[in-house]
Design a protein around this ligand. Structure first.
Ligand code: HEM
Length: 215
């Protein structure tokens, strides 16, 4: 493919940031499921041994939160809900048939929902995680609060796992999306089809530069 047909979607630091979040998520989710369900106890070995998993799980969680916070401040403006999102949501049945609706910007309504669900559940996971973090912080909280935090932590974790499963499915299902996060680029055809408003904005930005280059 000709390089000029490619549009940069994520820089290398952005991709490294995203994959740190993704790796931390996989390790935290698998070890967490291992703690929670007896039939999944074997999953605690993803972090070495069950004992090591118990020590590392909260630290991995904190790294995931901190790395996601960088993504949050980088992308929150692109994830604000607008009028086009209502059109997208109302036509979700068409989206499921691989049609596109509305004048979508950098992210569509589905991606925006993943974004806000991720920050909400990560905040809940962090706050409840600190309350239940033995031996460092849990001693400072009363038992009823620790019980409540355990429940909140479990619900938030299951919620985030479901959301990220949808996110991964969408990233692989929409052809041409995964290169955005692996190599940093998408094709102009992909951008025109799935994110027409973003495509126009990028094209407009690069136009004066191209004109400058002309002899
Ligand atoms: C583990 C496997 C994962 C895969 C294969 C994956 C794949 C991708 C891809 C391909 C994109 C680019 C989509 C686009 O620009 O249109 C993306 C964006 C993004 N991903 Fe992931 N991801 C994974 C995990 C995660 C996790 C664990 C989180 C957060 C907890 C996350 C949060 C995001 C966010 C916030 C964006 C930018 C979209 C937005 O701001 O709405 N991803 N991901």
């Amino acid at each position: 493919m000709k390089k000029r047909e490619r549009i940069v979607r994520y820089s290398a630091p952005e991709r490294i940031n995203h994959w740190i979040v993704a790796f931390c998520f996989v390790f935290a989710a698998l070890s967490g499921l291992g703690f929670f369900f007896p039939s999944f106890n074997w999953l605690m070995n993803v972090l070495g041994t069950p004992q090591l998993a118990r020590i590392l799980h909260p630290f991995v969680g904190v790294i995931m939160f901190a790395a996601f916070l960088i993504m949050f401040f980088r992308y929150w403006k692109h994830n604000l809900i607008d009028r086009e999102d209502i059109i997208w949501a109302k036509n979700i049945h068409k989206i499921a048939q691989n049609e596109e609706v509305g004048d979508t910007g950098r992210y569509n309504f589905g991606q925006k929902c993943v974004f806000w669900a991720a920050i909400f559940s990560l905040l809940l996971l962090l706050a409840s995680g600190i309350v239940i973090w033995r031996p460092w912080f849990a001693g400072a909280f009363p038992i009823p609060l620790i019980r409540l935090a355990l429940m909140a932590h479990s619900f938030a974790a299951v919620g985030l796992i479901i959301v990220i499963m949808i996110h991964i499915y969408a990233a692989l299902w929409v052809k041409g999306t995964i290169t955005a996060m692996v190599e940093g680029w998408v094709t102009s055809a992909w951008a025109k089809k799935h994110h027409p408003r973003w495509y126009r904005a990028v094209a407009q930005q690069s136009r004066p530069k191209q004109q400058e280059k002309r002899p």
